[in-house]
Design a protein around this ligand. Structure first.
Ligand SMILES: Nc1ncnc2c1ncn2[C@@H]1O[C@H](COP(=O)(O)OP(=O)(O)O)[C@@H](O)[C@H]1O
Ligand SMILES: Cc1ncc(COP(=O)(O)O)c(N)n1
Ligand SMILES: [Mg+2]
Length: 577
């Protein structure tokens, strides 16, 4: 087999340097070639030692593994979906394949049942014989390095028992169980006979179960679930059945303008709330959400981050993106996982992965301050997050590239484990190389438009703006948010023009994007800033108030308490303890 490769966006970027193809494990092993360094991100990022900006990136599609030494073979994150086929391809195996593809994870399939299904409902169901499900399971699991198994429609007790037995024989890193019972159209996909084997055999093996309202109710002997408090009680009761985590999905919660899910990990409840998208195209949301969780777990991300940071947002974004597409004449249309059907050109629509409530307490690190107080950047980030920072930006103006990359990777691990996004100031190359959540650029840095092109649609791009014109340009360029300041004078930026509260208000009013205020803000004035009365001012970005002191944790907690008291509305994902 010949190895085949392709250059991604080569026409745009491959102008100055030759591009080198090296698998990610090479960089994990510190591989270097001449003066090129390679990242371990899914794209293959190359930058030259002497330049400050990315020159190009490449992606390797296939590689003839037999030509590589064992240490250089590429291990692709792999989800096995054990589920039913939906002929309409909105839900089931077909949804799982598309969701995993969208999350760039390999997905193999074991089909448990074949349904004749469309946007009207389920017209027929033919279960696959149990021993043939067993044969499929063995084929895949005995050969293919599966990381995570995700289950959907498991239509019989026999099939569930076979699955559990096979998983004991071929253990995997995680098991995601979507206990599918009834389709959105109300048709039964697995009858009540499976309830006890779900509860007693499968759930205790699961890392997470993701029942919807009806399924949670059936599993709890028909208890009525009508409010968010009911979801919370249900999550606890289901947790007691043995899974490590529970996500009760409230997509069908009556009278709710938000789509609210409750996540419980045994210690904390998380209320995951997003605006309810007005659309009929919701067929397959549950399957896709569970697949997306499985995909992120297969990549190695922690559960809370997979659920809150990625899966919930992915479904919300895909629903919003496909709210007007028209496939089929029935009431339950499928949505478009790959966000392509409505796309007219590469740039006209993009994935909105950004949640503006993350701007509430925006911690910006400063290498000088960390040096002054004798703490590492990772200690600073950890303390800020524990104190309540909702987003972190690494602003390391003087750091050596290699040191910065190593710190960024370490900080990213901390941020991911807490579900807090990590942005990099200015250095697009570092953001790409460590797969950070995005970048923040100033007016004289890499233009936001170029940053967006390099980072792709899923990453966050923020831009510093002082004027309405700059905010309009940021929006045109595809930014997600605006940082406006300095609101007050500050030591961290010399010769920076202060815009004051009036300037901040003017920028907010001109901006269609959410805004975070920056510059000289701390406990003494944060409330005054937040109370200027503009709805798109979503938070404050702080350097000195958090990091220019003995205890980052205490300072962050103080500011967090103050901001939580101010009445900030909008999209919130609250941690309820
Ligand atoms: N109209 C909607 N707008 C936004 N999110 C939604 C909408 N409908 C469902 N969701 C979300 O999609 C996911 C699947 O939820 P749900 O529909 O309850 O499960 P299922 O598809 O298994 O019935 C949940 O995260 C839920 O909050
Ligand atoms: C084969 C199969 N598996 C799962 C579902 C549930 O999906 P939804 O709740 O969106 O109808 C389905 N309808 N069909
Ligand atoms: Mg649904």
């Amino acid at each position: 087999m010949a190895s085949s490769t392709f250059l991604s966006a080569s026409s745009l970027f491959a102008t100055k340097h030759y591009l080198l193809l090296i698998p990610p494990q090479a960089s994990a092993k510190g591989y270097t070639n001449n003066n090129l360094r390679v990242s371990n991100s899914p794209s293959f990022v190359l930058r030259t030692k002497n330049s400050t900006h990315l020159q190009g990136f490449v992606a390797m599609q296939e590689k003839d593994a037999s030509t590589l030494g064992d240490d250089l073979k590429i291990k692709i994150p792999h989800v096995l979906s054990v589920a039913g086929s939906d002929s309409g391809a909105g839900a089931g195996i077909q949804a799982d394949l598309k969701a995993c593809a969208a999350r760039r994870v390999y997905c193999s399939t074991v089909i448990t049942s074949v349904t004749a299904q469309n946007t009207v409902g389920v017209q027929g169901v033919s279960n696959v014989p149990e021993d043939f499900v067993a044969e499929q399971l063995k084929s895949v699991l005995s050969d293919m390095q599966v990381d995570v198994v995700k289950t959907g429609m498991l239509p019989s007790v026999g099939i569930i028992n076979i699955l559990c037995k096979t998983l004991r024989e071929f253990p995997v890193q995680a098991l995601v169980v979507d206990p599918v019972m009834v389709s959105t159209s109300g048709d039964v996909l697995a009858g009540p006979s499976i309830l006890s084997v779900f509860r007693e055999v499968l759930f205790p093996m699961a890392d997470i179960i993701t029942p919807n309202l009806k399924e949670a109710s059936a599993l709890l002997d028909g208890v009525q679930l009508e409010t968010v408090d009911d979801l919370r009680c249900a999550a606890r009761l289901l947790y007691d059945m043995g899974p490590k985590n529970v996500l009760v999905k409230g997509g069908d919660l009556p009278d709710s303008s938000d789509a609210v899910d409750i996540f419980f990990n045994g210690d904390n409840f998380y209320e995951l709330r997003s605006p309810r998208v007005k659309t009929q195209n919701t067929h397959g949301t549950g399957c896709s959400l569970a697949s997306c969780i499985a995909a992120e777990l297969a990549k190695g991300y922690p559960m809370v981050s997979a659920v809150k940071q990625v899966a919930k947002r992915f479904v919300e974004t895909a629903l919003d993106y496909s709210k007007d597409i028209f496939i089929g004449n029935g009431p339950q249309g499928p949505f478009d996982h790959l966000l392509r059907l409505k796309r007219h050109s590469q740039d006209c629509h993009r994935l909105q992965a950004f949640n503006s409530s993350d701007l509430l307490l925006y911690a910006v690190t400063d290498s000088e301050m960390n040096k002054k107080w004798g703490r590492s950047i990772t200690d600073a980030v950890k303390a800020a997050i524990e104190g309540g920072a909702t987003i972190v930006q690494l602003r390391e103006k003087d750091a050596e590239t290699q040191d910065f990359l190593e710190s960024a990777k370490a900080c990213l691990k901390i941020c991911r484990s807490h579900g807090v996004p990590l942005l990099i100031n200015d250095r697009i190359d570092i953001a790409l190389a460590c797969d950070a959540d995005g970048v923040h650029v100033g007016q004289s840095d890499m233009p936001a438009r170029v940053a967006r092109t390099l980072l792709g649609p899923e990453k966050i791009v923020g831009v510093s703006c002082k004027t309405p014109e700059q905010t309009r340009q940021a929006w045109v360029d595809g930014a997600d948010y605006i940082g406006c300041g300095g609101v007050y004078p500050t030591n961290t930026k010399e010769n920076n023009i202060t815009v004051g509260l009036d300037g901040l208000k003017t920028v907010c009013m001109a901006s269609t994007l959410p805004v975070v205020a920056i510059g000289g803000i701390g406990v003494s004035n944060a409330r005054t800033v937040m109370e200027i009365g503009v709805p798109n001012l979503k938070g404050v970005a702080v350097v000195s108030a958090l990091f220019d002191g003995e205890c980052v944790l205490t300072e962050t907690r103080k500011l967090h308490a103050m901001l939580s008291e101010s009445n900030i509305d909008g999209y919130t994902q609250k941690l309820i303890i």
